[in-house]
Design a binder for this molecule. Structure first.
Ligand code: PNS
Length: 165
């Protein structure tokens, strides 16, 4: 490693957190090329940030990784993977609560594309509680999220939800 494996890291990244960055950075050490796929229109929830913002946050936070590419997509995850010649889907796994959803997604994706493998990386313990939805909830109520997201994301939250004095 680095090897010639291309993996995708799909997600809505609304917004990217330091937990996502940790998984991507660790993945970039293991695989030759990582394509971070930002879902344009997530089916499960209406995003807070536009696709342009979500993509820009990721691009800035990941600029120092030569083998990481950030691209939006609006198709099936497995189609996005095929487009990039990826043979792996890399995802982070935090707690048991993630397992049921990720288990279902991995098996649906396997059914659609048996040649593409889903691989999970355990979240670092310090990020095991961290989620985009948790960050949004804290920020909405004026709490500090500065250690939980890249600087640019924290700045944008401060504009959207000014802190209480
Ligand atoms: O938890 P996230 O970040 O909202 O996950 C988004 C995504 C695309 C990774 C997840 O919904 C998934 O794995 N979907 C597989 C099914 C698929 O291809 N859907 C089309 C894109 S929403």
């Amino acid at each position: 490693m680095p090897n010639n494996v291309t993996a995708i890291v799909p997600g809505s990244f609304d917004p990217v957190t330091v937990g996502h960055i940790d998984i991507i950075a660790r993945g970039a050490r293991e695989f030759g090329r990582l394509i971070v796929g930002v879902v344009d229109m997530p089916v499960r929830k209406q995003p807070l940030f536009t696709i342009d913002e979500r993509e820009a946050f990721l691009r800035e936070a990941l600029a120092k990784y030569d083998n990481v590419v950030v691209e939006r997509f609006n198709e099936l995850v497995v189609e996005f993977a095929r487009k990039w010649g990826a043979t792996l889907i890399l995802k982070g796994l935090r707690a048991i609560s993630d397992f049921e959803y990720e288990f279902a997604m991995a098996n649906l994706n396997r059914k659609l594309a048996p040649d593409i493998e889903t691989v999970f990386m355990m979240a670092s313990p310090e990020h095991s509680f961290l989620s985009s939805s948790g960050v949004k909830e804290i920020a909405t109520f004026g709490g500090s999220i500065d250690d939980l997201v890249p600087d640019r994301v924290a700045q944008r939250f401060a504009e959207l939800f000014p802190r209480k004095a």
